[in-house]
Design a protein around this ligand. Sequence first.
Ligand SMILES: O=C(O)C(=O)CO
Length: 325
Amino acid sequence: MCVSRAFKVLVSHPQVPVAALQLLRSRGAETIICQSVPPSRDEILEKVGGVDAIFWAHYQPLNAAILDAAGPQLRAVSTMSSGIDFADVEEFKRRQIPLGHTPGVVKNSVADLAIGLMIAAGRHFHAGRRDIETSQWLTEQIDWRMGVEIRDSVIGFFGFGGISQAIAKRLQCWDVAKIIYTARNRKENDIDFKAEHVPFERLLKESDFLVVAAPLTNETREKFNAKAFAQMKRSAVFVNVARGGLVNQVDLHKALSSGQIFAAGLDVTTPEPLPADSPILKLPNCVVLPHLGTQTMKTTIEMSLLAANNIINAIEDKPMVSPAY
Ligand SMILES: O=C(O)C(=O)CO
């Protein structure tokens, strides 16, 4: 179906996949594309005035200042992200402006990466690479760089939404001992993954691999702190593919350097970008990636199409495909 009139969409980044731009244009959109990389707030504020929709393709604050600069005709905004911690959702609700995001399509690429981090951290990928660079091959020692395996392990998830379930689905053929998770409510489909809903304290105490895949909210901020790490197994591997803000990074550093926990794999940190001299990068038992969870072309295109469809639906007075509230 074609929309009845042309509408203007501000696209906040020049590298949004062409497929999404073509989809928007095929439904009557004039796309106003910001050219700065990284996106410049000044350019966005200069170009956003009078648009009907905003395609927010980066992680800078999406707040009242942007909505004010757009003006009262604004009818739809979608991020090209699953997490929306950078968006002032309350302000959108107050103004009744539909806000969309793209959670459904990120799960596979993030799940793949999470399993990569579980193995990379559990099996000393980072320290092993450093051993090569410093000519410290100690292969003659039987106990050199002993790691931990996923097989026979208790896998714990903090949050049991799409990403955790995609990881759990992949792990069905890895001979794990058990899958447990902590979430606000028990998930009806947890039986599909033979997963057990447990209180946070049990998650900490029982997990051999603890994977964080939950949104950053006031409730989850710094949930993983000294008190939490102190309750984990000394052999535990901690993986975070959600947001750095769920973790107190200083406490994590202490837990890793003191041997309180065995290793960590992080795709997200505080801050991002992480300074090159960050102490967390110096730890042999911490694998750190620069937030690559959705960095595959397939997933990026899917995210961009979902964001475009969120906008098109709202412009056509239909519910967004993935509303953020
Ligand atoms: O989509 C998101 O929110 C991401 O952080 C991608 O890794």
